[in-house]
Design a protein around this ligand. Structure first.
Ligand SMILES: [Mn+2]
Length: 338
């Protein structure tokens, strides 16, 4: 009799344990009860990414709010400090996945943003840029990756072509729907200037310190810009035929207007930037043909762009802070006649 009673007791205990386990499972995953919610609240506020990005995959999250909650507004930026890549890795690396990739952990980002930086021989600038931009992009709750597109060799520089290549190559890696093109020497002075795409093509660097925080002219579309995949393809991307300094940004501006788009901008306070001072790069002299070429934008834009892009990738190197593609641009002697 005692033995039977004992068995009954054991069964009962096992049953209630099972029930408790099921109960715990549901409270943890579906927030039915407040135990886990209480636990969450004890985590420090403001330091949002306490979980590695990959820990969230497979779990469905609510979309991120329209206005990211942890923005700081005006930022302090200075370039005097010597920053090595390792300094920057220590500073922002723990929250990143290899290749300068990040996605918010507490919500689902609305846009997938490829940040494309055309590049040659500016490592010092890149260190500053990475140091300031990664925390900003994280606070803006973007699902993003950083693509440094390096022109191999000493040929004449072609920034617009490098940007087309960034568009092309980043899409091979991830389903990006927004593309931010940024000069490596431009750092935002306000994190409310969102690095994402809008209904119209976006010009972000409207008030640069070098130009006394004034927009030099109304159609300017250079420095830092954002185009959705659709907007970019609608104009056939950038021209590939602007060799040397200047013109390619105005050409893009004209492409946009020829396709009925208008430039959108943040206000001149939010859109403030600090530019890293530098001398003119070698092999990037002003392009003497740029003014003539700008008269032919409408004529050329359907055949000169993302649909006529040719290049070869020499090397792809993934750092913690970015993906760097080393590109051979195929420079023809012909370019003198364009
Ligand atoms: Mn510059």
């Amino acid at each position: 009799m005692l033995k039977k009673f004992f068995y009954l007791l054991v069964c009962l205990a096992a049953f209630s344990l099972g029930c408790f386990a099921v109960f715990l499972f549901f409270t943890e995953d579906r927030k039915l009860f407040s135990i886990s919610a209480l636990n969450r609240k004890t985590k420090p506020e403001g330091s949002e990414p306490t979980v590695r990005p990959n820990a969230t995959s497979g779990r469905s999250l609510d979309p991120c709010p329209d206005v990211p909650p942890n923005l700081r507004g005006v930022l302090h930026v200075e370039f005097r400090t010597n920053r090595t890549l390792q300094d920057v890795r220590n500073h922002v690396g723990p929250l990143l996945q290899l290749g300068g990739r990040y996605r918010p952990t507490s919500c689902r980002a609305k846009q997938k943003v490829a940040v494309i930086v055309p590049f040659r021989n500016r490592s010092e600038h890149l260190n500053h840029w990475l140091y300031y931009l990664h925390p900003v992009l994280m606070r803006q709750q973007l699902d993003y990756g950083v693509y440094v597109i390096n022109q191999d060799g000493d040929g004449v520089y072609n920034k617009a072509k490098l940007m087309n290549i960034g568009f092309n190559e980043s899409l091979k890696e991830y389903d990006y729907n927004c593309f931010v093109f940024s000069d490596v020497d431009l750092v935002p002075l306000d994190d409310r200037n969102l690095y994402r795409c809008f209904d119209q093509p976006r010009h972000l660097s409207v008030a640069v310190d070098k130009f006394n925080f004034i927009l030099p002219y109304a159609t300017l579309f250079g420095g830092v810009t954002a185009l959705s995949k659709q907007q970019f393809l609608k104009v056939n991307g950038f021209s590939n035929t602007f060799w040397g300094w200047g013109g390619e940004d105005d050409d893009m501006s004209q492409r946009l207007s020829h396709r009925g788009m208008v430039i959108s901008r943040p206000d001149s306070v939010t859109g403030r930037y600090k530019m890293i001072k530098h001398r003119r790069d070698s092999h990037n002299d002003p392009n003497p043909n740029r003014e003539q070429k700008l008269r032919e934008t409408r004529l050329n834009m359907d055949t000169d762009g993302i649909n006529s892009l040719n290049y070869s990738v020499r090397e792809i190197r993934k750092d913690l802070l970015y993906i760097k593609l080393n590109i051979n641009l195929y420079i023809y002697v012909q370019w003198f006649w364009f």
